[in-house]
Design a protein around this ligand. Structure first.
Ligand code: 6PG
Length: 264
């Protein structure tokens, strides 16, 4: 049985090579996400007086979010200095089970002492293009961005879909080629609805980018992205400008990769 470990192995199609952390279970994966959030938020607050985090939707981050809603994290994290943004949102009402903000609110936001003014949901109630512009303005103001510059989040949590999408950047869609906008309006995914998503130039500026990937179904895609030469899939395009990428996976998600390595 290959050992579960933390390692930095060269991955030929990803430079700089990502850090890979493989955990035994989805719960341990979630705990590792919390550990990183704790370390990064305290560092960022020490350095700059605040911490800007962008979170993803989907099912995988929910365990981590629920851990945040428990002690010791309710009391120990520097919530009064943390700002929460979203990497993407489905354009549905907040009460809809597909709403990333609505789910995060139930899972942790309403249980932790983060000031309401520091929670920055994407405007899912506007027409998608108008929503994208509004969120871009919000980012521009928050990060005091000069024209043409992109914000650097302290921490970005990403997921990965079975088709290799991340945030709401789906394979083959033109939003992937965005070079100017901070936020794009797209349609896709499951549920197949209008969505808002941070663009690649924003995601790539993250100081610390953390993928959370869980489950057997993802195992073939995980093996593919760490081995294939050409970075065609959206997840493979997350190459940080200056920050670092960490992939936290559970044993099931890493199973094909571990098996193939053992066989080589
Ligand atoms: C969203 C996402 C999306 C998600 C992946 C993985 O749909 O809102 O942010 O990119 O992270 O689809 O989703 P799961 O964790 O549900 O597999």
């Amino acid at each position: 049985m290959p050992s579960l470990e933390e390692r930095k192995t060269p991955v030929k199609n990803m430079r700089p090579s990502p850090q890979m952390i493989i955990k035994e279970s989805p719960t341990q994966l979630a705990q590792e996400g919390v550990r990183i959030l704790n370390a990064v938020s305290n560092d960022a607050v020490r350095r700059s007086g605040r911490c800007a985090i962008a979170v993803s939707g989907g099912s995988t981050p929910r365990r981590m979010h629920r851990i945040l809603a428990e002690e010791p994290w309710i009391s120990n994290l520097p919530w009064e200095k943390i700002h929460i943004f979203w990497v993407d949102e489905r354009c549905v009402p907040e009460w809809d089970p597909a709403s990333n903000y609505g789910i995060a609110k139930d899972d942790f936001l309403r249980h932790v002492p983060v000031p309401k003014s520091q929670v920055h949901p994407m405007p899912a109630d506007l027409a998608p293009q108008a929503g994208a512009k509004k969120y871009a303005r919000e980012l521009t103001d928050f990060f005091h961005l000069k024209p043409g510059l992109f914000p650097a989040f302290d921490l970005i949590f990403l997921g990965m879909g079975l088709d290799g999408h991340t945030a709401s950047l789906f394979p083959g869609q033109k939003a992937l080629n965005e070079t100017d906008k901070l936020v794009a309006a797209v349609k896709g995914g499951d549920p197949y609805v209008n969505r808002l998503t941070l663009t690649l130039p924003v995601l790539k500026m993250g100081r610390r980018i953390v993928f959370l990937v869980s489950g057997k179904q993802k195992a073939p895609v995980v093996a593919h992205i760490f081995k294939e030469g050409e970075p065609f899939l959206p997840v493979q395009k997350i190459r940080p400008e200056a920050g670092s990428v960490t992939w936290i996976m559970d044993r099931e998600a890493a199973s094909v990769l571990l098996r193939d390595e053992k066989d080589e």
